[in-house]
Design a protein around this ligand. Structure first.
Ligand SMILES: Cc1ncc(COP(=O)(O)O)c(C=O)c1O
Length: 312
């Protein structure tokens, strides 16, 4: 990519269910099974629902997944194939969240929403633990992460804090940077205003479904991570995300739009001088582009060549 010499990508498009969401849900569903829960429910932008459905299938637990009707088709299909009950709402993840709250009372669902149970974030700590190990215990200077509900960034920071306490890594920890979309940037706005909490972002819109979160439940924790780590937060446009996804592709990585957003964010931060090109930089690709065939087939000018029938 020629932007920075020391730039690495961590690619969670390669893990089970094709996104980093598997990390948290593997842990949450395992604990739910251990504790004897029978019905798990969550609002989701799509990917977390698919991960819940997969692990719930294996655990023999019922999964109820509520997502926006325009969530990625692959995620809806995954949920269905894994045997979850899938409900679609005409709205955003925040509207889906209200339905889950109602279902808790009416149907006895257990709510596994982002940051509303304690174990997903513990599973997400594996992101930080792996980074530390893969960087040979000399963690990157800066990590760029596409932020929606925030479990990833909170989990990574928790892992680094614990590793520091154990003496496995140095005092110097990565600056954590939240990347959001211009069409939904509540954390960016709050960070730039020096606020402790974000405001609800009206009319949220972006092709990066996972970061279309108008108000994160744990926004105060995300912001705390940004302030305490000396990090920051920037917003990028959908056009920049699509351009960045082509640059990832040139390195053999079919990134999800959320992951591609980190590269668009890096360009901005280098231009502004908030990241130095010689720093050790990590871009977190949170999922596979394969989950977003509709977005990519609509937005890229792609074609295949049809050959005449082969002669026998
Ligand atoms: C692909 C992808 N990237 C990033 C995010 C945002 O994750 P977090 O809740 O950790 O901020 C999501 C959430 O749905 C997602 O699906």
């Amino acid at each position: 990519m020629g932007l920075a010499s020391n730039r690495e990508i961590k690619d969670d498009g390669l893990i089970p269910t094709g996104t980093f969401k598997a990390r948290g849900l593997a842990m949450a569903v395992s604990k739910a099974k251990e504790l004897g829960l029978k019905k798990l429910a969550m609002p989701t932008a799509g990917n977390a629902g698919a991960a819940l459905a997969a692990y719930a299938a294996k655990a023999g637990i019922e999964a109820y997944v509520i997502m926006p009707e325009d969530a990625p088709l692959t995620c809806k299909l995954e949920c269905y194939i894994f045997g979850a009950r899938v409900y679609l709402v005409r709205g955003l993840i925040s509207d889906a969240g209200r339905i889950v709250s109602e279902g808790k009372r009416k149907f006895g669902w257990f709510d596994v929403s982002t940051m509303k149970e304690p174990y997903r974030v513990e599973g997400k700590k594996t992101m930080g633990l792996e980074i530390a190990e893969q960087f040979n215990w000399e963690v990157p200077d800066v990590i760029l992460y596409p932020t929606g509900g925030g479990t990833g960034i909170i989990g990574m920071r928790k892992a680094f804090n614990e590793l520091k306490e154990l003496g496995w890594i140095d005092e110097k920890m990565p600056r954590m940077i939240s990347i959001q979309s211009e069409g939904c940037a509540p954390i960016v706005k709050a960070f730039k205003g020096g606020k402790k909490e974000s405001e609800f972002w009206k009319d949220a819109k972006t092709i990066a479904a996972g970061i279309r979160v108008p108000k994160a439940f744990a926004d105060f924790l995300i912001l705390r991570v940004l302030y305490e780590s000396g990090g920051g937060s920037v917003a990028v446009s959908d056009k920049e995300i699509l351009e960045a996804s082509k640059e990832f592709a040139r390195e053999g990585v079919f990134a999800c739009p959320e992951g591609a957003a980190t590269l668009a964010g890096l360009k901005q931060l280098l231009e502004e001088g908030n990241i130095d090109k010689d720093e050790k930089i990590l871009l977190y690709n949170t999922g596979s582009g394969i989950k977003y065939t509709k977005v990519y087939s609509k937005t890229s000018n792609w074609s295949c060549h049809l050959l005449p029938p082969l002669m026998t």
